[in-house]
Write a new protein. Structure first.
Length: 378
């Protein structure tokens, strides 16, 4: 039920509807509370906690997936190969019941051994598997970052997955990710629209990453009403006078889902080889991510014909009956879905995974490195 409600709002927020007028007073109240919070931090009523190493926050201002986690992963890997020792902080809890959800004061360390755990989000599990860096999870990100530094004192930069609105953690670099397909929806704040903060918030970030810019150019309907005269999402983003970097996805490779991440490499296929290997079979893609349509469209662009595409709620905790209800010879899923489905290996042999890497320009990494190099720490 919750998943259907979420899907309804994410779909309806992409355009203006008459029923949204009824929610406008709540959106105005929400914006007012945001303004009060900002003023409280500006005037010192609330204090942000500074960590003794540079902090990079990768976040967004809209509800739903925009591609933050691939950027966190790519950035952490790039920093590690260039002499830094990054650690990753994330909120990281999934949709568990209140009885099973850790208290906000609890800090947990995620490792690849936690694969299939319903306690952690797919982002946390994926980051732990692929980054090779410490991944700490908790609701109070400043406290979590301090905990990471205490346990791993060699860490000299913190990368925060999400948390653009978590002002308690003082940050040195803010990276806002914008989805090239959804833009800003109808341009309204919650609950009448998808915005966590007004679009003007982007004037104050250090840079913007535009995810999947190749489909940009037809997005007038997905801009705020005050910006409908803009020709494209990119031209609208340019008005905020902050650097914009494009992100796409590269190196798509497909393999059967295995029990451990280490066992996949030998069986990886290119998209063309996969198409040849599954010729005549019914391929169905599934996704329980913030923007499943992006995944489905990417699969089709690679030349893989899908008999069907099945979307589950974001952070969906898969049960065997979910897969049993999919009529297919091959079930193709994202990495985020795969970390929650490894327990089904050996029970359902139809499961395949598609891995991709975020493709970002060197100028993006150099920009971030230059920003943190100017941060003085004791």
């Amino acid at each position: 039920m919750a998943g259907r409600v979420e899907a309804f709002f994410l779909r309806e927020w992409q355009h203006a509807s008459a029923w949204q007028i009824l929610l406008q007073p709540l959106s105005w109240l929400y914006r007012g509370l945001i303004a009060l919070r900002d003023m409280a931090y500006t005037r010192g009523y609330f204090r942000a906690e500074r960590i003794d190493v540079p902090v990079i926050v990768v976040g967004n201002i809209t509800v739903g997936g925009t591609g933050k986690t691939p950027i966190v992963l790519a950035l952490s890997q790039w920093l590690a190969t260039h002499g830094a020792r990054p650690g990753i902080v994330t909120r990281g809890y999934t949709r568990t019941s209140a009885a099973h959800r850790p208290p906000e004061s609890v800090i947990q360390v995620v490792t690849p051994a936690h694969a299939c755990s319903a306690t952690f989000s797919d982002e946390a599990l994926l980051l732990a598997e692929r980054s090779g860096r410490p991944v700490f999870v908790g609701a109070k990100r400043a406290q979590v970052a301090q905990g990471l530094r205490k346990k791993f004192p060699e860490t000299n930069v913190i990368v925060c997955d999400d948390g653009l609105q978590h002002y308690r953690l003082k940050r040195d670099v803010e990276i806002a990710v914008v989805d090239g397909t959804r833009g800003f929806g109808n341009g309204h704040c919650l609950p009448a629209g998808p915005l966590r903060e007004p679009v003007e918030r982007l004037r104050h970030v250090d840079c913007i990453v535009l995810n999947n810019p190749n489909i940009d150019g037809h997005l007038q309907a997905n801009l705020p009403e005050t910006a409908r005269q803009s020709l494209s999402l990119r031209s609208y983003l340019a008005s905020f006078n902050v650097p914009i970097f494009d992100m796409t996805y590269q190196r798509a490779r497909l393999s059967k889902l295995h029990n451990s991440d280490a066992s996949h490499a030998s069986g990886e296929l290119s998209p063309d080889a996969f198409v040849e290997a599954v010729a005549g079979k019914r391929v169905v893609a599934i996704a329980g991510i913030g923007n499943p349509e992006r995944f489905f469209a990417h699969v089709r662009r690679l030349g893989i014909a899908l008999h069907d595409a099945v979307a589950f709620p974001d952070h969906h905790v898969y049960q065997l009956q979910d897969l049993g209800g999919v009529t297919a010879d091959i079930i193709l899923m994202t990495e985020k879905d795969a970390v929650k489905c490894r327990e089904f290996v050996g029970v359902d042999d139809r499961l395949w995974i598609m891995r991709v890497d975020a493709a970002l320009p060197d100028a993006f990494f150099e920009f971030v490195l230059k920003k943190i190099d100017h941060v003085a720490r004791p």
